[in-house]
Design a protein around this ligand. Sequence first.
Ligand SMILES: Cc1ncc(C[n+]2csc(CCOP(=O)(O)OP(=O)(O)O)c2C)c(N)n1
Ligand code: SF4
Ligand SMILES: [Mg+2]
Length: 341
Amino acid sequence: MADATTFTNETQVLLPFKGVKKVTIEEYFTSGHRTCQGCESALVMKLMVKASGPRTIVLGSTGCMYVANTTYYTTPWVVPWMHTQLGSSGSAALGTSAGLKALMKKGKMKSEPINVIAFCGDGGGADMGLAAISATLTHKEYNSLILLYDNESYANTDIQLSGLTPYGSHTTFSPPGAVKRIIHTRWKKNVAGMLAAGHPECRYVATVCASYAVEMMNKVRRALTIGGPTFIHSLDPCPKGWDYDPMLSHELGELAVETGIFPLYEVEDGVVKYYGKTKAIVEGRKRKPVREYLLKQGRFAHFTEEDLAYFQAKVDEMWQNWEIPGVVSFRKAPVEIPMPT
Ligand SMILES: Cc1ncc(C[n+]2csc(CCOP(=O)(O)OP(=O)(O)O)c2C)c(N)n1
Ligand code: SF4
Ligand SMILES: [Mg+2]
C-alpha cells in the first residue's frame, strides 16, 4: 500500500518518437476486432494506445469503436478498458482520473502516473457529449485525454448525419433526391478550434490524422505528458459511411489535409503550431482542389459543379478570412457565400 505522503499528481513523461523506426513494437490493441476492412478508426485506436503504452486505462463511449471492438467475449484491448454511455466520454475521463487520484491519495493503490484516455465518436463527442467534454476541460487538477475519432457520421447505427458530417453529404438522414439534391445544408462544426478557444486553461488541444501516424502518436504522447485535461480531434476515413474502396483510406486522409479541409495543428498553452502539409499551406503552398477529395467518395457523388464551387469557397474562406487560418473562425471581415439553390 502506498504511503499517502508520497502521493503525486505527475504524468508519465512520454517523449516523442523520433521517426517510425523508433516506434515501440508492443501492441495494446491487437487482433480480435470486427471493424470494416480499411477502417481508419481501428488504426487510430491501435496507434493511440501504442503511443500511451501499457500503464493506460481506456474508456470508450458507444459507437463503432465500442461495438465492433468488444463483440461477445472477444476484445482486441490488452489494457484495461471500460464502455461508457454515448455522451459520457468527458464524465468518464474526469471521474476515472479523480477516482485514481483519490485512491492514491488515501494510499489504497500504488501512487504512479496512469494515463486515462476516453474516446468518443463525432456523434457521442461533438453532439451529445460536448457539455461533459467542456466541463472536463475546465478541471485542470485531473489528468486525462479525450480523443474524438471523427468518421463524420453516427456510423454504428447505419450512417446518420452528425454535427461533424460535411455539407451536402449523403447519409441515411440526408439522401439526395430528384426534387432536392442537397438535404444536409449545415457546415461542419469546428470542434477543436471551439474547444481550444473556449477553454483557456486547457493546456493542449490538437488535430490528427492517422495517415500521418508518427505525428499522430507524438501528439497523443504530448497530450498525456503535459498534464491536466487535454483534447485531440482525429479525422478518420470510413469506407462504409463515405462509400469508397477501403484501399483509399490512407490517401483520403492525406487529401483531407492537402485540400485544407482538415488542418493539422496543436494549441499548446494557447500557442498555435501548424504541422506538415498544413504548415506548408500556411506558408504559401497551394491547396489541392476540394474536388480531388470529394469526388473519390460516393457520399458526394450527387454533387454538381455548383456544389463543388460552394464547398471550395467555404474552405477558401477558412484560409483567407479566418483570424487564425484553419483554426478559429473569427473573420477578418464579413464574407457572404451564397448557397447553391
Ligand atoms: C443515449 C443513446 N442514444 C442512442 C444510442 C444508439 N447509438 C449507439 S452507437 C450510436 C452512434 C454513435 O455515433 P458516433 O459517436 O459518431 O460513433 P460511431 O458509431 O460513428 O463510431 C448511436 C446513435 C445509444 N447507444 N445511446
Ligand atoms: S462503419 Fe466506418 S467507423 Fe464503423 S467499423 Fe466500419 S469503417 Fe470503421
Ligand atoms: Mg461517428
